[in-house]
Design a protein around this ligand. Structure first.
Ligand code: ADP
Length: 282
């Protein structure tokens, strides 16, 4: 006899989530390593617990987004395995990325990351973003801190689609936490997020990759950055080790003032793959 209301397989029971240890702190709550019972198998997962009490509307929107995201499948996007929503706190159960964030990797390996690895990080993140672009999915918070590394150091873009708008609000400099330095001019000005503002942020990510995870616009405050970009049309120079074609890709194709003048992630990816092809002209 079939049960009249079947539980969708992506809904996970709270009692099937066994916490192992805390991994980090997120905007919504904590992220922990947890073992999960999925389809009769024990799987290592990363579980994000939602701290805040959500309104009915927020929760519905969140669920809708998560359901959509579960359909996405790409080697460079963190996979959502399921949701635990039948009790509090709400949990998102994700694929575990045991090697942590790209930002901490770059900082730890300062001066040691090879140009080949850096180009690979650029290509893999562009690959993931081109996939999201194809799905018309805005990320809104592309940065090295939101790229995670798998067991084999493959890039996995995390946190897409669920970005919390409050975090990117323009506030005064003393708050320091607002990721102003990743924002395109039209987002700084009018909060106009689009696939093209993600392309701008991708250019900043490329810079982080070649600058060993330094803070962008070194020595400049958020307010100074904003003023320079707007008033002087200033664009941040890339570190000397950067291949000229990479720097040009960011400067010309990601950091165009007008969103419509920026490249698509698809075309950025194609250009990057061309750079990585061995030179067979000789
Ligand atoms: P938020 O974007 O809400 O601030 P994050 O997604 O950045 O939260 O998560 C906070 C921290 O948790 C990250 O810096 C990372 O160390 C860890 N983390 C998040 N997702 C994973 C994952 N899938 N695998 C491993 N660690 C993760």
């Amino acid at each position: 006899v079939m049960s009249p209301v079947a539980k969708p397989d992506w809904i996970i029971n709270h009692e099937d989530v066994i916490f192992v240890k805390k991994l980090g702190e997120g905007a919504f709550g904590e992220v922990s390593l947890a073992e999960c019972e999925i389809g009769g198998q024990r799987v290592e997962t990363a579980v994000k617990t939602m701290r805040c009490q959500m309104t009915r509307e927020t929760r519905a929107a969140f669920m809708k987004e998560a359901r959509l995201m579960r359909k996405y499948s790409h080697p460079h996007i963190v996979r959502i395995i399921g949701l635990a929503v039948h009790a509090h706190p709400l949990m998102i159960i994700m694929e575990m990325c045991p090697h942590g964030s790209l930002l901490s990797y770059l900082r730890k390996n300062k001066g040691k990351t090879t140009l080949t690895q850096r180009l690979r990080f650029c290509i893999e993140s562009a690959d993931g973003l081109a996939y999201l672009e194809k799905k018309q999915c805005l990320h809104r918070d592309i940065a090295a801190r939101n790229c995670l590394l798998s067991l084999t150091d493959q890039i996995k873009i995390s946190d897409f689609g669920l970005s919390d708008d409050k975090r990117t609000e323009m506030q005064d400099d003393t708050l320091g936490k607002v990721p102003v330095k990743w924002l395109a001019p039209e987002v700084m000005q009018d909060k106009l997020y689009s696939l093209k503002s993600d392309v701008w942020a991708y250019g900043i990510l490329m810079w982080e990759i070649y600058a060993d995870g330094m803070d962008p616009y070194p020595g400049m405050s958020n307010l100074q950055t904003r003023a320079k970009i707007f008033c002087d049309g200033y664009r941040m120079p890339f570190p000397e080790i950067t291949p000229p074609l990479i720097a040009e890709l960011a400067l010309k194709h990601c950091w165009a003032t007008l969103p419509q003048d920026r490249a698509t992630m698809r075309s950025v990816l194609v250009k990057l793959r061309d750079f990585s092809m061995p030179d067979v002209s000789e």
